[in-house]
Design a protein around this ligand. Sequence first.
Ligand code: NAD
Length: 368
Amino acid sequence: MEINIHNIGDNIGPEKILLLRQPRIGLEAIVVVDNVACGPAIGGLRMAPDITIEEIYRLARAMTLKNAAAGLTHGGAKSGIIADPACSREQKEKLVRTFARMIKELTEYIPGPDMGTNEECMAWVIDEIGRAAGLPRVLGGIPLDEIGATGFGVAVAAEVAAPEAGFSIKGSHFAVQGFGAVGKHAAKFLCKQGAILVAASDSQGATQNQNGLDLDALINHKKEGSPVKTFPGGQAMDNNELVGTKCDIWIPAARPDVLTENNVDQLKARLVVHGANIPATETAEQLMHKRGILNIPDFIANAGGVICAAVEYHGGSEKQAMETIEEKIRTNTLETLQRSKKENLLPREAGVKMALSRIKKAMADSGT
Ligand code: NAD
């Protein structure tokens, strides 16, 4: 692995970059602790064969900003085991347990589940070192994807931002790209507020119905293993057509960089709420801003999952987690929008400024 740590970091972090190797069992892993001024860092442990230090650093920084923006008493970190996540369960357990033992003394880092790891992996981690977030329910965990913690936060952000974009949630039309854990639950909570789902997609295609898709029926259709494009209550369309759906709110909840300078002119929505991480390129966000399409950035809108993990870590209940998500995402969305307007900044720039001011204050107060 080529390492050039001079390309990484600034006056915020990272504080630690660890390369871990245990040749006997074939463990290679990276940990980046970016900033812990606000408290011990919470950040996912991912497993993938192509992880790099730069990637882990960028993700750790995103966690620093997300946790600070959410007002959590936690800093940001991320880690990755360089391995195939489809390896045998036995090998995965060996790798995760060895990784956990090797970070036992790194008490400023609390791992959580991420791509390629899950709640069971966190059960192994807590068994080894006594700290982890995103645990199975039997160990006091709050199953955040099952309860829709992130999707709930996305719906709250949409509700707060809608009047700013010139409409109210009740009766508004919305489209969801990626009908998975985040997208499906965002749709559920928005429909509860009286919004109408008019289009949805998954990796195999999309479906639309301007009169409204029957959400429960669509969820059942997906549960049976069928792709959204075969949903009988809608008209099938290609994935790339979803961007041009006539609607008020467009929710990316699938992959990074799906809105680019090549397709953003097709958007008809007035509000884009980022369920996925970095779903729009920088240029696409600037172009949307110019056209008056309001964007609520990922680290503000999709913080429900990490807020839920933090509540769990501090011994809170599922009810407290949902209340905390609502309160924090409501306040932060409002503050981001106010700052953006007052200082004539993109909402993302305003959100970063808000998070950085909290981090810098914490650094000054703690003398770090
Ligand atoms: P998921 O795997 O449950 O769902 C993803 C969905 O996107 C699936 O339905 C998949 O078929 C669909 N998809 C994949 N490629 C697509 C494409 N090209 N076009 C349309 N749909 C496509 O994942 P998730 O947990 O819902 O996460 C979605 C995104 O949100 C990811 O970017 C993730 O990093 C981010 N995120 C998730 C959480 C969380 O709590 N789960 C928190 C913050 C951010």
